[in-house]
Design a protein around this ligand. Structure first.
Ligand code: ATP
Ligand code: MG
Length: 386
């Protein structure tokens, strides 16, 4: 059986000149998500619709819940603009909603976008409300606290729908450009990637690995995270950059207390180089203020100091518990907590600097003479696509 889904998206954010471009992007992204489900996407008069088959409903529903920009979607019935036909559909839908044990108190919410339709919204609602009361025994109207709402919209055609299933909201992926996330195997950076994807950034990822200090398994964990994230971020290119030589150089030349900060600064520089090649407009990290020594305001000032791209840190004001809650929701948590070593934990000094002096750190960075090593490392990146 064919079914129709009516999709609502963030109308406020999409007002004005940008709207057609946003809508187009959203359609493309829904199309990518729905591959293999025999679905058709229809765009007309400020709404999107998906036509699909009943047997694909679960798959389509999961895909839409993962598509940024969608505020909600609902199964809908379509009727021609004739009151008789509209009433027929309203009875079918109300019967289903009532039978679905949603309760007996209902309300009709009507919206007339086509002002040439002879009844106004109020009249449509009254007419259908009366009909339902008369035809389905046991129903009661409750405008303030209904168990269910029968929605009706008069547009190019008439659409009737019941409950709205929530989408993730946000902006269509890619509508804010492209960004490079520094993706480690931890809990935080996958969440950061998800959140910035939700604000419309198409995400590329870079992972710095340090064989033989870190194992192949640490790398597979990051690949697994990229794969999970691709449910939301569509395809992801993951760049893996060999960081061992640079790391050894830092260990040889820098005081132990400065090591983590210098490594972070080096990673940021390399990420920016890659970002330039991929036309990214920004970097994303999973840093959260004060979470560790390298994430104090002074530390962030230094590690982000030598960059020209903006660095987005969407977790900056979140507690670990809040971050974990999102990680669980987006399904990255269980993978993130697998115990594989990460390059920085191995080289972490016992007493890292908490309030580094910017000038001194910049001098230390210069004395590493590491530019060429960083360039070589970035040039020997491998890329995996998920
Ligand atoms: P995460 O859970 O994301 O690893 P964390 O709390 O462990 O974060 P740090 O290890 O201090 O924090 O890393 C801070 C940020 O630096 C990470 O969120 C990530 O964006 C980036 N980062 C750290 N290590 C790597 C790495 N090996 N490759 C790529 N990015 C990294
Ligand atoms: Mg980490």
């Amino acid at each position: 059986m064919e079914i129709l889904l009516l999709i609502k998206y963030g109308e406020l954010a999409l007002k004005g000149k940008n709207r057609p471009a946003f809508e187009k992007k959203l359609c493309e992204n829904i199309g990518t998500q729905l591959k293999g489900t025999d679905s058709k996407i229809i765009r007309k008069f400020g709404r999107l619709y998906v036509e699909t088959l009943d047997k694909y409903f679960d798959r389509v529903s999961t895909a839409l819940k993962n598509t940024f920009g969608i505020v909600s979607f609902s199964r809908a019935l379509q009727a021609p603009k004739e009151m008789g036909k509209i009433e027929e559909s309203a009875l079918i839908l109300a019967g289903e909603l009532f039978k679905g044990q949603r309760g007996s108190r209902f309300k009709v919410a009507a919206r007339r976008a086509d002002k040439s339709f002879p009844l106004n919204s109020y009249e449509i609602a009254c007419r259908l409300g009366d009909l339902l009361l008369k035809s389905i025994p046991g129903l009661k109207v409750d405008l303030n606290n209904p168990d269910w709402i029968l929605n009706i919209e008069v547009r190019d055609s008439v659409y009737l729908y019941g409950p709205e299933i929530k989408g993730p909201g946000g902006l269509p992926l890619g509508s804010s450009g492209r960004s490079m996330v520094l993706l480690s195997g931890g809990i935080d950076s996958p969440v950061a990637a998800y959140l910035m994807g939700k604000r419309g950034l198409k995400i590329d990822a870079v992972y710095f690995h340090t064989p033989p200090f870190t194992s192949e398994k640490a790398l597979s964990k990051v690949k697994e995270l990229a794969e999970i994230l691709s449910c939301y971020l569509l395809s992801i290119s993951l760049y893996t950059v060999p960081f061992s030589e640079a790391q050894v150089r830092i260990k040889e030349r820098a005081p132990a207390a400065e090591m983590t900060l210098l490594m972070r600064a080096a990673m940021m520089k390399m990420a920016e180089k890659l970002a330039g090649r991929r036309n990214c407009n920004s970097l994303v990290t999973g840093e959260s203020l004060g979470q560790v020594a390298s994430q104090t305001a002074e530390s962030l000032r230094f590690t982000g100091n030598q960059l020209s791209l903006p660095v987005f840190r969407p977790l900056i004001g979140l507690d670990k518990e809040e971050i974990i809650e999102i990680a669980r929701r987006i399904n990255t948590f269980e993978t993130s907590i697998q115990p594989f070593e990460d390059c920085c934990t191995l080289f972490t000094p016992k007493h890292p600097l908490i309030r580094p002096n910017l000038k001194r750190m910049q001098d230390s960075f210069r004395s590493l003479e590491i530019e060429e090593l960083l360039e070589i490392a970035v040039n020997s990146a491998d890329v995996f696509t998920f």
